[in-house]
Design a binder for this molecule. Structure first.
Ligand code: S3P
Length: 425
């Protein structure tokens, strides 16, 4: 396979959610460009509309205008349906904790299975009242109100937890301090700092000081960079190709997200960064990727938060590398959109690749045998995209159980993959 061309990945999902929430909490009109136009971000826009915020349609090529209400949103008339989006649900919990009304959150079958106590335990300590309907997960009802300051040690390294608690501090007007076992992505902190809030690191903790003048958040004007997590599938297709070169433009290279580039470099695939620049407090670059001969590597527990969403595609790349690759301590993958840990190993085995889960570690023995077989995506977008990339290697015959799930984060994925690699079944 030859890979070639230039391409811009869709807008960063994490940043898109956060700028929408911040624009809703700002007083006045915000204008956002480059926002991800996919189901997950549409879920956040829909939830905000239900909370009384005017959000123009999130459409490709058009700036999104948000008429923010300030920190006090309006009581919703219906449940807020977060679709498949864990980020929508968890960040919304934080925002709602500071509101003086009750709101019920729900989601699709996958989201309803995902844990929420990692956020709600801390919000309860702040004083929010939360009623679960079926144990740890959605649906649940949050009744916010007068919050107390929080000093929280999170058992998981999770930017959704951290972001939710910072949003609770913001809407509740109280100080929040969060520590995590390893640093997770810091988009919330960067955005809050960019908008003038006092958010800083204190040792291994992140601290948000209550705003001096409560109720003030300036409108947001921001261009969202391309998503490295989506670019990772294109990068992998280029690395696995026989010939060619791919230019991927306008990609966020926040160091809390670039673990996948470090791992690829150790495996023998150097991704060049050109035109490094700052966009709204986030580092952005153009990436140049070429095919490489790959060797196995070991990925440590400390690296995982910096590549948590890239484990599926890195596992696919590892299946083409000489030797055994190990991802340590990837238990968090069990509670993503699917049980990604077991599903990855099972799907690799279905294609004739040796892969196993031992405790919370994932082991993959790579080689150059053509992968052939049928993959169960469990309607998980990242599993579908990762195995579609594996389907582009010479001699491969990879059938996916479905392809529609890519609409969650990268609706144009198959078109883009065909454009650069002329393949991908
Ligand atoms: C995200 C954080 C990560 C990631 C998810 C997006 C975010 O989840 O897997 O796709 O935008 O905060 P966790 O923070 O729960 O690990």
């Amino acid at each position: 396979m030859i890979v070639r061309g230039r391409i811009r990945p869709p807008g960063d999902k994490s940043i898109s959610h956060r700028v929408l929430f911040m624009a809703a909490l700002a007083r006045g009109r915000s204008e956002l460009s480059g926002l991800l136009t996919a189901q997950d971000v549409a879920a956040t826009a829909r939830a905000l509309r239900a909370l009384g915020v005017e959000v123009s349609p999130v459409r490709a090529g058009a700036a999104v205008r948000v008429q923010g209400l300030g920190l006090r949103l309006r009581a919703p008339r219906r449940s807020l349906h977060c679709g498949n989006s864990g980020t929508t649900a968890r960040l919304a919990l934080g925002v709602l904790a500071g509101q003086r009304f009750a709101a019920r959150l729900t989601g699709d079958a996958s989201l309803r299975r995902r844990p929420m106590r990692r956020v709600t335990d801390a919000l309860r300590r702040m004083g929010a009242r939360i009623v679960e309907e079926r144990g740890d997960g959605l649906p649940l009802t949050v009744r916010g109100g007068h919050l107390k300051a929080l000093d929280f040690e999170s058992p998981v390294a999770s930017a959704q937890v951290k972001g939710a608690l910072l949003f609770a501090g913001l809407t509740g007007g109280v100080r929040v301090r969060v520590r995590e076992p390893y640093p997770s992505r810091d988009h919330s902190e960067r955005l809050l700092a960019h908008l003038g809030f006092d958010v800083h690191r204190n040792g291994d903790a992140v601290v948000l000081e209550p705003p001096a003048r409560a109720g003030t958040c300036p409108p947001v004007r921001l261009a969202v960079p391309g998503d490295l997590s989506s670019a990772a599938y294109l990068i992998a297709a280029a690395v696995l190709a026989e010939r060619g070169e791919l230019l991927i433009e306008d990609v966020g290279v926040n160091p809390t997200r670039t673990g996948c580039l470090d791992v690829l470099a150790r495996m023998g695939a150097q991704v060049e960064r050109w035109n490094l620049r700052d966009v709204g407090g986030e580092p952005v670059a153009d990436l140049v990727v070429r095919p490489a001969t790959l060797r196995a590597t070991t990925v440590s527990a400390a690296e995982i938060p910096r590549l948590i969403d890239e484990v599926p595609i890195l596992a696919v790349v590892a299946s083409r590398a000489q030797g055994e690759t190990v991802f340590h301590d990837v238990g968090e993958l069990r509670v993503k959109e699917s049980n990604r840990l077991e599903l990855l190993a099972a799907n690799l085995r279905r294609l004739g690749i040796a892969a196993e889960v031992a405790a919370n570690d994932l082991h993959i023995r790579g080689g150059d045998r053509a992968p052939r077989g049928r993959v169960d995506t469990a309607r998980d977008h990242r599993i579908a995209m990762a195995f579609a990339v594996l389907g582009t290697v010479p001699g491969a015959g990879v059938a996916l159980s479905e392809r529609a799930s890519v609409g969650v984060s990268y609706p144009a994925f198959f078109r883009d993959l065909r454009a650069i690699a002329g393949g991908g079944r």
